[in-house]
Design a protein around this ligand. Structure first.
Ligand SMILES: Nc1nc2c(ncn2[C@@H]2O[C@H](COP(=O)(O)OP(=O)(O)OP(=O)(O)O)[C@@H](O)[C@H]2O)c(=O)[nH]1
Length: 354
């Protein structure tokens, strides 16, 4: 396989603009952040196996789409990196056998390893020669491999590519928790699960692009409130500092949550409502309820946090956050726990009605 280095197009994604190169093969795609010929001598690199269920249809019971997105995010942050995407369903066995295996998981209560065993399949049949070919063509013999799968590293190593590992953070939810644990326990993966599955430890969140970042008010989840769509909870919350519709709209139209926050800060001395301190918690609660009600995947994520304490971990805020050392009031974390309790209560009521 040989890349046509001059035949590429821009791949504009929510994560950033990538380039997609012509590989000449339908079953292999190559994308890069930045010019693929300028990714450096030890780039961020991922070789990814297709998973139509999660990547195309949004299935929640594995982490394949999450891993791809995480890798793209890391590359977007660094401004450089490349991904070789191989059409390799079901750990190399194809979609038909994968469906059989997942069916066995559903109907017979097997885990993914047991299901393959029952079908008499090798646990992982994949190999990655196309990835090696791309790296060789680019003259790269060392990569920072974005993966939790040591077999990928071993394959590259035996083909002359040195690797150092970059773990991706798993997005654990009720639908995929067993699958992820089986990957670690039986398939040799090294997903950093423990810190997230320890049921007692508090969950710290702050940056929207880091684990549990969905709980941040900056997370890119729009809410529909007061007859309008607000790009993030932050936009809605900041806009409510003003009673006049013109200033509210000015904040709503800000391009990022940070811009909304800054604009509200600048305007509030002159135009802000005077009772803000008395109403702000109620407004925040209303926005959070809308966010988790209108995004069922987020509600699932919130429920997957069980009874763990939720803490907005930042030294920049001693009211909504914990001041970074636990001395702050952590009101955002408290309200999220309140919403979690409300959702739990509702689902008990719904179940009772069925
Ligand atoms: N049999 C089976 N295969 C699955 C399932 N979910 C995803 N896959 C396949 O598993 C492969 C991805 O393998 P994983 O073990 O999840 O991850 P990985 O690519 O080895 O490792 P990372 O680089 O850490 O993401 C793809 O071929 C998917 O089609 C499942 O429930 N059952």
């Amino acid at each position: 396989m040989k890349l046509a280095l001059d035949n590429w197009c821009t791949l504009p994604t929510p994560i950033g603009d990538f380039r997609m190169y012509d590989t000449g093969l339908e079953e292999v795609s190559v994308i890069s952040m930045g010019d693929i010929q300028a990714v450096g001598s030890k780039p961020l690199f991922r070789v990814h196996s297709s998973c139509k269920a999660s990547e195309v249809f949004g299935a929640l019971d594995c982490d394949c789409a999450d891993q791809l997105r995480e890798a793209m995010k890391l590359m977007a942050i660094e401004g450089s990196g490349l991904i070789v995407y191989q059409h390799q369903e079901g750990r190399g066995h194809g979609l038909s056998l994968k469906i059989k295996a997942v069916k066995a998981m559903e109907h017979d209560g097997l885990d993914t390893a047991e299901a393959f065993e029952k079908l008499g399949l090798e646990q992982d049949k994949r190999s990655y020669p196309e990835a090696v070919a791309v790296l060789q063509q680019l003259g790269i013999n060392e990569v920072r491999l974005v993966s939790n799968n040591p077999r990928k590293a071993a394959f590259l190593n035996t083909h002359g590519i040195q690797t150092s590992g970059v773990n991706t953070h798993p997005n654990i939810r009720p639908e995929n928790a067993n699958y992820l644990q089986t990957k670690n326990a039986k398939l040799g993966h090294q997903l950093p699960l423990d810190d997230q599955l320890q049921s007692e430890s508090p969950i710290h969140f702050y940056h929207s692009d880091q684990p549990w970042g969905e709980f941040s008010n900056f997370s890119k989840h729009a809410v529909f409130l007061n007859g309008k769509i607000w790009p993030t909870v932050e936009h809605y919350y900041q806009a409510q500092k003003f009673s006049d519709p013109m200033h509210q709209e000015q904040i709503r139209c800000c391009l990022t949550p940070m811009k909304a926050k800054t604009a509200a800060y600048e305007l509030s001395d002159q135009y802000g409502r005077t009772d803000w301190v008395n109403v702000r918690e109620q407004i925040m609660l209303q926005a959070l309820e809308a966010k988790f009600e209108q995004h069922p995947d987020l509600a699932n994520k919130l429920m997957s946090s069980g009874d763990r304490q939720l803490v907005e971990f930042t030294e920049k805020d001693d009211f909504w956050g914990d001041s970074g050392d636990g001395s702050g009031q952590n009101r955002l974390g408290q309200l999220l726990m309140q919403v979690r309790a409300e959702i739990r209560q509702q689902s008990i009521h719904t179940k009772a009605l069925v």
